[in-house]
Design a protein. Structure first.
Lengths: 197, 224
């Protein structure tokens, strides 16, 4: 194949996602060959998988220890000097959360461990800016989608044909309903008359 | 490679917990230019185009942006400008990928209401790429985090690159290439420009240009 033909194919927007997906797939397959070398010296340390589960801790795998406002839990940030009181509230649990953790061994992995339960200080303290950005991505996509649906999908000011058709249908429907009501009315009246006589 | 080698003297940092924005002349210049351009966009009016195919007919050949769409586009392009300006001075790998994802979604939003079907078609295809890009972008950042144990660029620049870091960087690179529409993935993004409303449309182009420049700096910091 001549290279010009290839370039022309690349200029078609339809082919671009396919090419991208293909090259990404090839790269990921190559990635399987890359030797995995994890650095043990991580920030935001977590205990080894299953370690806390085997110990029988109710908050597994999120138990970071610590006592609220007294003793800091184990969180290892990149810049400790920027987060002076880090870990001080990571052990806080609301009364409901405490009660659930006392009766269930699965508290740490459940949805109610988050609101009023285990406060994730990594999300809201050391990496708070990331959390703001994540939610603004979501907000922007909602703004775009809702604006489009309000002004284009739901806005029918401009398609008069469809409105006319719907008007006709509405008129037909309402006359039909009126006729039915009339018929029922007459039936009920005759019934009443018969009973009276 | 060191931050100082690439960007010039370190003028200061803005600490936001673990996310430390660092200011060098290079970063500040990109940041200021983008903010200036965003301000220009916020105060300008869109151009109108004449469709060449309708020159010989009596029909209306002007292609205009109506007011509602104009306001929406202006809003989205200002946010897009601010997001790409944020990507210029961020000092955190994951933060950078988040800014990129934001810019990608805003790029689609700016052209989402145009009337030309060809533009919408290419925006749809670009949207597919942007969705796929979240895997290599965030995956690349995650692999670099796993291999080095940190996301901060000033710490990463002091480390030597292991094969896993190189793979993570390549993964991030392909994400950046797709998201900012660089060859050979340019066609879908280039077609998105073929619509009236010039200053707003240009931010699509400008943001990807600036992000590529910044991405080169970040990849050099990580790899060298």
């Amino acid at each position: 194949m001549r290279i010009g033909v290839l370039w022309n194919k690349l200029a078609d927007p339809k082919n671009v996602p396919r090419l991208f997906a293909f090259s990404l797939g090839v790269l990921l397959i190559i990635g399987l060959l890359v030797p995995i070398a994890l650095n043990p010296d991580q920030i935001y340390v977590r205990p080894a998988p299953q370690e806390q589960v085997d110990e029988g801790l109710a908050l597994a795998p999120y138990d970071r220890g610590g006592e609220p406002l007294k003793e800091a839990g184990v969180i290892d940030p990149q810049y400790p000097e920027n987060a002076a009181s880090l870990g001080m509230i990571t052990g806080y649990m609301s009364p409901i959360a405490q009660w659930i953790s006392s009766i269930s061994p699965y508290f740490g992995t459940s949805i109610y461990s988050s609101p009023g339960g285990l406060i994730d200080e990594i999300l809201y303290y050391t990496r708070g800016f990331d959390t703001i950005l994540e939610s603004s991505i979501l907000m922007m996509s909602f703004i775009i989608a809702s604006w489009l649906s309000i002004n284009y999908t739901m806005n029918r000011k401009n398609d008069e044909k469809e409105i006319k058709k719907d008007f006709k249908k509405a008129i037909n429907d309402s006359t039909q309903v009126a006729n039915e009501v009339k018929a029922n009315d007459a039936k009920a009246r005759s019934k009443q008359l018969r009973r009276d006589n | 490679m060191d931050i100082v080698t690439l960007g010039g003297n370190l003028l200061g940092t803005i600490p936001l917990g673990d996310i430390v924005l660092y200011l060098t002349p290079f970063n500040l210049f990109l940041f200021a230019v983008l903010l200036g351009f965003t301000a220009l966009i916020a105060f300008s009016k869109p151009e109108t185009q004449i469709e060449a195919a309708k020159f010989n007919t009596l029909g209306v050949a002007e292609v205009k942006v109506d007011e509602k769409e104009f306001k929406q586009r202006r809003f989205l392009s200002v946010i897009c400008g601010i997001a790409s300006a944020g990507a210029m001075i961020t000092g955190d790998l994951f933060n950078f990928t988040l800014f990129m994802a934001l810019v990608g979604i805003l790029n689609i939003g700016i052209v989402s209401a145009v009337k030309q079907t060809s533009v919408l078609n290419s925006a749809f295809n670009y949207g597919l790429i942007a969705m796929m890009c979240s895997l290599p972008l965030f995956g690349g950042a995650a692999i670099i985090l796993a291999a080095t144990g940190t996301l901060s660029l000033s710490v990463l620049s002091q480390m030597s690159a292991s094969p896993m870091v190189v793979f993570g960087a390549i993964l991030m690179l392909i994400g950046i290439l797709g998201e900012s529409g660089v060859a050979p993935f340019f066609a879908s993004k280039a077609e998105m420009f073929r619509t009236p409303g010039s200053p707003f449309i240009v931010i699509i182009h400008l943001s990807s240009l600036f992000i590529i420049v910044r991405a080169v700096e970040i990849l050099l910091l990580v790899l060298w």
